[in-house]
Write a protein that binds this ligand. Structure first.
Ligand code: HEC
Length: 325
């Protein structure tokens, strides 16, 4: 939005500056050409020499008129552009270029050079302050900012310190758990996440990562339980977590639920309910009546759809499931 406004203003300024440079308007027919006038003048002068009396006077008067006309005659001349207009135009161009570069180039989400620097300064100020005072509020502010900026090492330092100072702080416990999980220490993460999830059951984040940690440890039932709590408290990554649950369930049942295959291999493009997405809706699609056609499409791909390699067993389960749609 800012970029569009900026571009419009810059364009208007540019037009205004360049206006004097535009071609001269010529609303009248061209004046007689200088050469013609000169030729006529020469002729008249010649004649005037041979003429007498009134006629000579008339010819002389005409010569004077012609000479005056020639005097006043200036060949059409382009107005010279004012150097200031050029300097102005150049500045506007530079400004526009800078503006477009500054505001429209793709960057990391929310990042501009200026904000990145300001954020870094803000983070450093919060860190200094928290280290100086060691107060739980300052540690929390530092941890949150670091988390927000994905400066995870600082976030870990801040939240760990906060857990020591205030062992009942659910946010700190949760974030320490998540950071442990993200650094590949799922086993150590679980107790933190358990405590955090029960201390603040509305924090969806804790349930999500608790589920992820369980899943990583191969505790599928517990993982599903945690993810379901995540869905209950309104976590945002609904579709993804539903797919995870379905996939894990399918695996638990021996890997051969057609729905499981569908959710893990097709739903990303065709929608969790086969309602369509990047790919067309499959629900109620007459094509599903032909097993051969579906088999061919799935295994070989078609148009924008890549081939989806499936084992014969998986394919059978999938085809059976598709018929129930
Ligand atoms: C990467 C995305 C993607 C995945 C994954 C995917 N599809 Fe598709 N699918 C598409 C697109 C896009 C089309 C439309 C292809 C075209 O006609 O150009 C399509 C078309 C189809 C069609 C034909 C529908 C019609 O009306 O023409 C069927 C059937 C189908 N997919 C089934 C499946 C099944 C079953 C799976 C899982 C095994 C699957 N697809 C996985 C993207 C995908």
């Amino acid at each position: 939005m800012t970029a569009i406004l900026f571009a419009l203003v810059a364009l208007a300024a540019l037009l205004w500056l360049l206006w004097p440079l535009r071609g001269r308007e010529e609303p009248f027919p061209e004046p007689p050409r200088r050469e013609d006038l000169l030729a006529e003048l020469a002729l008249l002068k010649e004649e005037a020499r041979t003429l007498e009396g009134e006629e000579k006077k008339a010819a002389l008067a005409r010569i004077v008129r012609l000479e005056k006309a020639l005097e006043g005659y200036r060949p059409a001349q382009a107005r010279r552009p004012s150097p200031w207009a050029l300097v102005g135009a150049l500045l506007v161009l530079l400004g526009t270029g800078y503006g477009l570069w500054r505001y429209t180039l793709p960057r990391l989400p929310g990042e501009t050079l200026v904000t990145a620097r300001q954020e870094a300064q803000a983070l450093r100020a919060l860190a200094d302050r928290a280290r100086r005072t060691g107060s739980p509020e300052d540690l929390l502010a530092w941890g949150r900012k670091a988390w927000e900026l994905q400066a995870f090492d600082q976030a870990a330092e801040a939240y760990l310190e906060l857990v020591k100072k205030d062992p009942r702080n659910a946010e700190a416990i949760r974030r320490v758990g998540i950071l442990l999980f993200m650094s590949g220490r799922a086993e150590e993460a679980v107790p933190f996440l358990q405590i955090a999830a029960h201390a603040d059951p509305q924090a969806a984040e804790a349930w999500l990562f608790l589920g992820n940690a369980y899943f990583q440890l191969g505790q599928n039932e517990e993982a599903i339980g945690a993810w379901e709590r995540y869905l209950e408290v309104g976590g945002e990554a609904r579709e993804r977590v539903e797919n995870l649950i379905a996939t894990v369930r399918a695996k638990a049942e021996g890997g051969l639920s057609g729905q499981g295959v569908f959710l893990s291999r097709c739903a990303a493009c065709h929608g969790a309910e086969a309602q369509g997405g990047v790919g067309p809706a499959l629900k109620g699609n007459p094509l599903l009546k032909s097993e051969e056609a579906v088999r061919e499409i799935v295994l070989k791909g078609r148009g924008q759809m890549p081939p989806v390699p499936l084992s014969e067993e998986e394919l059978q389960a999938l085809l059976a499931y598709l018929k129930t749609l």
